[in-house]
Design a binder for this molecule. Structure first.
Ligand code: WTA
Length: 654
C-alpha cells in the first residue's frame, strides 16, 4: 500500500535540464517517420573506413545484418578517433584501485596502450576472428585488453572474475579461445583475490574435463597484486614482457560491420550458459546512441561513472564502447562499495566530481540499509543525472535514490535492456520524459516494444503479458555462438517474427511499461542472471545429493535470492550430516562449480521435491514456501502430500 501511494508521484523535467538536453521530444517523431533512416543517421556518427550504403537486411531473419557493406574498427572509433580529432589530452579514465592507488589515463595514453597491446596480441599469433578469453579484475588493462582484441579483429569473451575455474573452462571450450588474458589477482576488501590459479585450474585436466583445454596456446598475465604465481614455461607470458616493450604504432584492422566483436555468456533456462554474440557496426551504433541520449553525455564537461564490472554487458556497453565512442571522461573503480568504509562510492563521487552516475537497484537498497547519514557526509552536488539498471527498481528505492543521492534535483533514468539487446531499449529520456518511480516507461526512439498475451496480441491496460520487440534493432544479438537452433528456439519461436525477451510486463493507463520479472527459469540476484537449472546441476553433482530444486525467492536487498531444496541420498554420508553441514558443503559445491555469485542463500533438506505427473518440478509451490506464503493450488501435483511434508518439515525446523 505504501508503495502504491509512492508510485502516484511523477517528476517533470526541470526547464534548465530540458533546455540543455541532448535528446529533445522531436527525436520520437524523427524515429517514427523513417525508422531505418533514423538508425542510419545514428550509425553515420561513427567513423567508417568504407561507408555503408545498405541499412538493414532482414532477409535472413532472425539474424539481422545492419550496415553490412560498411567497414570500420571498434577500437579506432573508441580511441584513435579522439586523438585524430584533437581530443588526445582528454582524460578517458580516472582509475581508482581498491587499495587507493590511482591512475589517470588520457585518450592519447589509451591509444599508446591499445596499440602496444594489439602488437602484443599479434606477436602471440592472435589475428582476425580468433577468440580471446579475458578474466581480469576491474583495472585499466581490462579495457585495454578488450579494445586491443577489437583492434586486431579478434573476438573477446570476457568472463566475470567471480566465476569459478569450472565456469571459465566451459566458456573457453565453447568459444575455443586461443588466448586467456588474466592477472595474478585483484583486490577485494583489503585481501588479494587470486585469478591466475583459477586459470591454471581451468586449463588443467580435471574430473569433469579429463583433457587439458586444447584450444589455449598462451596465458597473458598482468601483474596487479604481486602475489606468487605458478608459471608454465612456454604457455604463460607476462603482460609487462609482451605488451610493455611493444611498438606504440599499430594500424587498426578494419572489419566488416557484421564481423563479431564479442561473445558474452549468460544464463538461460537450461544448464548450459549461452554464448551470445554481438557484431561491430550495429552494436556500436546502439551503444553510442543510447549513451548519448539516455545519459545526456557532454564529453567536455561531464565525469561519468558506471559502477558495473566490465565482465557484464553493462560494462561492455556503458563503460567500454558507448562512453568511449562518445569521448567521455569516466571513473573506473576496482573494488567493492564498503572498502575500506561504507562511504567509499560517495567519496569517489566527491573526489572526481562525478556528474552522471549509473548503478543497480541492489546497490541502492544496500545503501538504504546502511543509512543516509553515510552519503550525507560527502559532497554530491556535482551529480546531475542518475541511472539504474539490471532489475526492477522498487519505488521506495527510486525515491530514496532521487532524494538522498540526487538531492531531489537529478533526473533518474531506469533503463531496461539485456545482454541480448546490447544496449538500452527502454528508459525515460532525461529532459523530455516526466519520470515515474518504478517504471521503465517508454522505448527509446527507434526501438519497438510491445506487451503481448499468450497469443501474441497486445494486452489491455494494467494486464500482465510478455515483453517483445517487434522490429529488429542495430545492437540486437546476432545469435548464440555455435548454436543457431537454440537462438531461434529461445527468442523467436514463442511469438513468430517477434523477439521474446523472457520478461513479464504490463502497461499502465498512461502507456508506461512496468517490468514484472522473468517469466522463465532465470533468476535475477543482485542484478546477476542465474539459471535455476545450472545451480540444480551443480547441487546434484555433489555425492550427497539425490535431487535438487532451486527457486528465486523475493529478497529485500538482492531482489531475488537463491533458495535450494535438496533431497539427500539415504545411503550416503550426507544422510547422517546435520542440515547445517549439508548447507555448508553444498554452498561450497556451488561456489566451486559456478562461482560465489550463485551460492544459495538458503538450503533446505526435504524428503521429496514437488513434481507434476509429467515429472516437472513445480517451482511455483516451492517459491510459495521460500517466500513464506500460503502454498497455492496443488492439484496438478503427482503426490499432493509432498507439500504438506515440506511445510511441516520447515515448521519443525528440520
Ligand atoms: C532484468 C542487464 C527491470 C530483466 C542489462 C532482463 C530489468 C535482465 C531492468 C537482463 C530494469 C534489466 N527493470 N528489469 N531496468 N534491467 N532487467 O542480461 O529481467 O544481465 O531480462 O542485462 O535483467 O539481464 P542482463
Amino acid at each position: 500500500m505504501v508503495e502504491d501511494a509512492l508510485t502516484q508521484s511523477t517528476f517533470p523535467p526541470t526547464e534548465d535540464f530540458a533546455a540543455q538536453a541532448n535528446a529533445q521530444a522531436d527525436l520520437y517523431s524523427q524515429a517514427s517517420e523513417d525508422r531505418l533512416e533514423f538508425w542510419a543517421e545514428q550509425a553515420r556518427r561513427l567513423d567508417w573506413d568504407t561507408p555503408f550504403t545498405e541499412t538493414l537486411d532482414w532477409s535472413g531473419a532472425p539474424v539481422a545484418r545492419w550496415f553490412a557493406d560498411g567497414t570500420l574498427n571498434a577500437c579506432d572509433n573508441a580511441v584513435d578517433r579522439h586523438v585524430r580529432e584533437g581530443r588526445g589530452d582528454r582524460v578517458a579514465f580516472h582509475f581508482e584501485g581498491e587499495p587507493g592507488d590511482t591512475r589517470t589515463v588520457t585518450y592519447a595514453d589509451m591509444q599508446r596502450e591499445v596499440s602496444k597491446a594489439a602488437n602484443g596480441l599479434e606477436s602471440l599469433g592472435i589475428t582476425k576472428g580468433d577468440r580471446v578469453a579475458i578474466y581480469l579484475p576491474q583495472i585499466p588493462e581490462a579495457v585495454v585488453a578488450m579494445l586491443a582484441c577489437a583492434r586486431v579483429g579478434a573476438v573477446h569473451s570476457v568472463v566475470f572474475g567471480g566465476f569459478s575455474a569450472e565456469s571459465l573452462r566451459q566458456r573457453i571450450d565453447d568459444a575455443r579461445a586461443k588466448l586467456v588474458i588474466t592477472a595474478d589477482g585483484g583486490n577485494r576488501r583489503g585481501a588479494h583475490l587470486a585469478l591466475k590459479p583459477l586459470v591454471d585450474a581451468a586449463l588443467a585436466p580435471s574430473d569433469a574435463n579429463p583433457t587439458p583445454a586444447g584450444s589455449v596456446e598462451h596465458v597473458l598475465t598482468v601483474k596487479r597484486t604481486g602475489q606468487d604465481t605458478a608459471w608454465e614455461e612456454g604457455r604463460d607470458v607476462w603482460w609487462h614482457d609482451v605488451v610493455d616493450p611493444a611498438s606504440e604504432q599499430h594500424q587498426p584492422v578494419m572489419v566488416e560491420a557484421e564481423h563479431p566483436l564479442f561473445i558474452l555468456y549468460t544464463s538461460g533456462t537450461t544448464g548450459k550458459p549461452k554464448g551470445l554474440f554481438h557484431t561491430t557496426g550495429g552494436y556500436l551504433t546502439g551503444a553510442s546512441y543510447s549513451h548519448r541520449v539516455v545519459f545526456d553525455i557532454k564529453p567536455e564537461t561531464d565525469v561519468y561513472w558506471c559502477s558495473a564490472d566490465v565482465g557484464w554487458i553493462t560494462g561492455h556497453s556503458y563503460i567500454v564502447y558507448g562512453p568511449m565512442i562518445n569521448g567521455a571522461t569516466q571513473v573506473l573503480y576496482e573494488g567493492v562499495p564498503n572498502a575500506p568504509h561504507e562511504g567509499r562510492w560517495w567519496e569517489i563521487i566527491e573526489k572526481y566530481k562525478v556528474t552522471i552516475f549509473y548503478t543497480a537497484p541492489t546497490a541502492i537498497r544496500t545503501f538504504m540499509k546502511w543509512g543516509e547519514a553515510i552519503p550525507a557526509k560527502f559532497d554530491l552536488s556535482s551529480l546531475r543525472l542518475l541511472g539504474s539498471v539490471g532489475e526492477p527498481i522498487n519505488p521506495a528505492a527510486w525515491l530514496w535514490y532521487r532524494r538522498v543521492i540526487g538531492s531531489d534535483r537529478c533526473p533518474i533514468v531506469d533503463t531496461w535492456w539485456q545482454t541480448e539487446t546490447g544496449s538500452i531499449m527502454m528508459s525515460p529520456l532525461p529532459g523530455v520524459t516526466e519520470t515515474k518511480p518504478g517504471s521503465t516507461q517508454v522505448p527509446l526512439p527507434g526501438v519497438s516494444i510491445e506487451v503481448v498475451d499468450d497469443e501474441g496480441q497486445p494486452v489491455g491496460v494494467e494486464e500482465g503479458g510478455y515483453l517483445v520487440a517487434s522490429e529488429p534493432w542495430p545492437s540486437m544479438l546476432r545469435g548464440i555462438w555455435g548454436d543457431p537452433e537454440r537462438y531461434q528456439e529461445t527468442y523467436w519461436d514463442r511469438f513468430p517474427g517477434k523477439y521474446f525477451a523472457g520478461d513479464g510486463a504490463k502497461r499502465d493507463a498512461d502507456g508506461d511499461i512496468w517490468l514484472l520479472g522473468r517469466v522463465d527459469d532465470v533468476m535475477n540476484v543482485s542484478g546477476h542472471r542465474l539459471s535455476t537449472t545450472e545451480i540444480e546441476n551443480a547441487l546434484v553433482s555433489h555425492p550427497w545429493v539425490a535431487e535438487a530444486a532451486v527457486v528465486g525467492a523475493a529478497d529485500e536487498t538482492t531482489g531475488q535470492a537463491v533458495v535450494a531444496f535438496v533431497v539427500v541420498k539415504s545411503d550416503g554420508a550426507g544422510a547422517v550430516a546435520s542440515g547445517h553441514e549439508v548447507a555448508v558443503a553444498l554452498r561450497e559445491q556451488v561456489r566451486k562449480e559456478i562461482g560465489a555469485l550463485a551460492k544459495p542463500r538458503t538450503i533446505l533438506v526435504v524428503s521429496e521435491v514437488p513434481k507434476t505427473r509429467s515429472g516437472k518440478i513445480m517451482r511455483r509451490l516451492l517459491r510459495d514456501v521460500a517466500e513464506h506464503r500460503h502454498v497455492g493450488d496443488v492439484t496438478t501435483l503427482a503426490d499432493s502430500s509432498v507439500m504438506d511434508a515440506i511445510s511441516q518439515g520447515l515448521e519443525s525446523g528440520k
